[in-house]
Design a protein around this ligand. Structure first.
Ligand SMILES: *[C@@H]1O[C@H](CO)[C@@H](O)[C@H](O)[C@H]1NC(C)=O
Ligand SMILES: *[C@@H]1O[C@H](CO)[C@@H](O)[C@H](O)[C@H]1NC(C)=O
Ligand SMILES: *[C@@H]1O[C@H](CO)[C@@H](O)[C@H](O)[C@H]1NC(C)=O
Length: 347
């Protein structure tokens, strides 16, 4: 039995370890942290947008962590509330639920901020930072020390390629061609971030989208534990993303890019971590797979891999976060883990 999880991320990196650990005593590992992503990381950017892809209601947030592996005292603020404040010096979270790499992705659910828009928002923040720090050189130096996390692409499959009633992409492209289209656009945004001074960047692959409760509900698994053709499709994207990381590292000697193998991280045996349920979410969901407002979630959240139809529980995020932060296996985070990445000294 495998854990078939959409592993996720950013939330992971900011999540704390078990209370028994001395994490809160640790010094801050990196001065700033910028997050580009989707609902796996959105901490409030969609709250003011016209969309069903927002979760600012209970039971969401029930396990939201206080401390973090990276040693920040507070979680990284969303762009929606951080912009224009001094909080931007610690970094900003630009992630937007339902957003993807392509502009049209997720739009049938309402508004979102796609990768291009998130990079645009980063430019806005850079200008504000210049005003706070006083000059360009200090801003450049500060930005070069920050940790950047990019986790996008799941929605380009869930809320685009595999939603043929709303999008034409699956009629235009084979899965392999579609992965190339995504990577081309993705690469463009990463090169922009590099030009904007990003020097320590983690690029997260896509997890096992074919194993989410949503995929199991919507598609025929043909006897398999997951929807194999969806997993195969995201595999093309992941292979190309790993290739991109290698190219970026060989092209830019003054920056470091790491690949997070979200797919591989989802391949562990859930029972060995005490999980008892990996095919249904812990909360009762509505027709878009989100928890029904104010309805009590399952009794033992630690026994569930999934929280709702798409997203992992905090219990799983903690495991993932620890594996990404200090990796035992180089294939989880290639060519180094997050702890090593943030410790590299920058110019
Ligand atoms: C890396 O450099 C090569 C040669 O200059 C170039 O063709 C390629 O587009 C670059 N790729 C990236 C991702 O920077
Ligand atoms: C998981 O929980 C759901 C309902 O919460 C239940 O219907 C299902 O049988 C459980 N699956 C396993 C493997 O325990
Ligand atoms: C590391 O991961 C690879 C790929 O998943 C696997 O084949 C290998 O056995 C793992 N090594 C260890 C020491 O766990």
């Amino acid at each position: 039995m495998k854990i078939w999880v959409v592993v996720v991320v950013v939330v992971c990196v900011v999540s704390n370890m078990m209370e028994s650990c001395c994490v809160k005593a640790l010094a801050q590992r990196v001065p700033c942290f910028f997050i580009f992503g989707d609902s796996l990381a959105d901490s409030g950017n969609n709250n003011h947008l016209h969309t069903s892809a927002k979760v600012n209601y209970p039971p969401y947030g029930i396990d939201f962590p206080e401390g973090q592996l990276l040693g920040f005292e507070h979680f990284i603020q969303p762009f929606a509330t951080a912009a224009g404040t001094d909080n931007i010096l610690d970094g900003v979270n630009y992630a937007s639920g339902s957003a993807g790499i392509l502009r049209q992705t997720g739009q049938h659910l309402g508004e979102n901020v796609n990768f291009l828009g998130q990079v645009w928002n980063h430019r806005v923040v850079m200008a504000q930072m210049g005003k706070i720090l006083g000059n360009r050189e200090l801003t450049r130096q500060h930005l070069s020390k920050c940790f950047y996390w990019v986790g996008l692409g799941s929605n380009d499959y869930i809320n685009n390629y595999y939603s043929p009633s709303h999008y034409t992409s699956s009629r235009i492209y084979t899965p392999e061609q579609f992965a190339s289209v995504l990577i081309e656009e993705y690469c463009r945004q990463i090169l922009t971030l590099y030009r904007y001074g990003a020097r320590k960047v983690a690029l997260a692959g896509i997890g096992r989208v074919g194993c989410t409760p949503n995929s199991l509900f919507l598609h025929d698994t043909k006897g398999s534990a997951c929807v194999d053709y969806i997993n195969k499709a995201v595999g093309y994207f992941n292979d190309k993303l790993l290739g991109l990381v290698e190219k970026l590292n060989s092209n830019f000697s003054d920056a470091k890019f790491i690949y997070i193998d979200s797919y591989g991280l989802g391949g562990v045996d859930p029972t060995s971590f005490g999980f008892k349920n990996w095919s249904s979410g812990c909360c009762a969901v509505n027709d878009v797979g989100q928890c029904i407002p104010s309805k009590n979630p399952c009794e033992n959240r630690k026994e569930y891999v999934f929280w709702d139809s798409f997203h992992p529980t905090e219990a799983l995020n903690l495991i993932t976060a620890n594996r990404i932060f200090s990796a035992e296996n180089l294939s989880d985070t290639y060519p180094m883990d997050v702890n090593q990445l943030v410790q590299i000294s920058s110019a």
